[in-house]
Design a protein. Sequence first.
Length: 317
Amino acid sequence: MKKRLMAAALTGLLTVFMVTSCGGNSGSPSATAATKGPITVGSKTDTEGSLLSQMIILILRDEGFQVNDRSQFGETSIVRKAIISGEIDIYPEYTGNGAFFFNEADSPVWKDAQKGYERVRALDKQKNNIDWLTPAPANNTWAIAVTKTLATQQKLASLTDFAAYANKGGKVKLIGSEEFVTSAAALPAFEQAYGFELKQDQLVVIQSGNTAQTEKAASDGTDGVNAAMAYGTDGGLSAFGLVVLSDPRGVQPVYEPTPIIRGQVLDKYPEIATSLALVFKTLDLVTLQTLNAKIAVSGENPTDVARTYLKQKGFLK
């Protein structure tokens, strides 16, 4: 009798053990998420920053990471300080900004995509233990765009044409972010290279770096605006009827969007570099213009645009 009771008890214990062993760790993302992260993802306050940060967030979550979404965190100087201080762990940055970060604006290295990338990667690793991952093959450089009407009437195709028009008293009112207007690498660099200067009453300065806002203002002629800060990968330029002025003197550095991550985080989770490289390699100029247009022009949610693209490419199930 005792043997039967003991056998029954052992059978029960074995059953419990087997159920626990088989069901206690299902291998689901929720079961593993607690051991991966948390990782805080930030971005700048522009359309492309929102798009790329959501791609990063979706990929990380799909791989079982706990992620804190801090997209739309602030302008360049703010997100830069945040990643150095550890307030955020990863965000999409641009290679050409290395010229500004490390006071090398006069170096020609930033006008070469590969050399600029290698330079900023080495400097940031050495000085801040920040890793630059694989960049997207697209140049999102700063530019000035004007209305098609102005471009046609005044025969403006380049910044050389624009400077000549402005210097002879032509009507110019440009809208741009505070960073664009004040950063030595942006509007002041154009002015110096092409020999023109816009006065305060010719500028409309906004806090946001959202070029959809600046381009729409130029398109609508808001407050007399007929020129706008733009980026090379903007999706709204054609839709808003704007023409990007060429930069024949090569004033601007190459700005390839690249995920940057704190070294401590990458050391712990090196697989992040591989996963994001697969995604960013597919983001060429036309692809980013198209995706950005869905957000800036069509009004779609950045998360939805990012998710749809990642699913179409097979990066998400």
